[in-house]
Ligand binder design. Sequence first.
Ligand code: SF4
Length: 192
Amino acid sequence: MGCNCGKKKKQQQLKKFKEEKEKKLSIRKSWVDLRKEVSRNLTLVQSFGLSMASRGIRNKKIDGPVKQLRVLSCFGNQGVGGELIPCEGLKESKTEGRHFCGLCGCGDRSGTHLISNGEKYSKLDYPVLSCPLQMPGFSNYEPSDEEDRLPPMSRKAYIDNRLTPQDIQKIEVSVPEKDEKLKKEIEEHIKD
Ligand code: SF4
């Protein structure tokens, strides 16, 4: 009987090739969607948020503006003199000074803490991250629509329509280096 090694190797290569192709297609699709969105009358923050969301898919590390948008989405900007209240999903952790998302269903543990500014790598630093409300800065961001703008204006519409790049720049953030232990903890609850 002949050896099957060659056949198996070919099948594995074919599988890998198909996976790579699907990945490239999905990235291209995001950019096509982005161009379509930009051609509709989007605000600066909406175009920026969509572009950031696409970049998150490709980048291994987020950058300052992505984190600033995420922090605004979760914590609001009252801490820097603004009027945007924190998200209704934001919960105080039992660990002093920490918060977590109460809408994710991921609970309160080190891998779920949302930290805006500090040395510790946190969930908000994780590159591809979804928000249950699809808020700006997150990978599944969906721009607000007309209904969101009706009074009382939603927090998402407020960020999309009222905030200027200067307002976003006022949000102080740090982007700590990846911490493998915390990254694993974050991934565990993302898979839940
Ligand atoms: S719902 Fe989204 S914006 Fe609100 S706390 Fe959770 S992750 Fe942050």
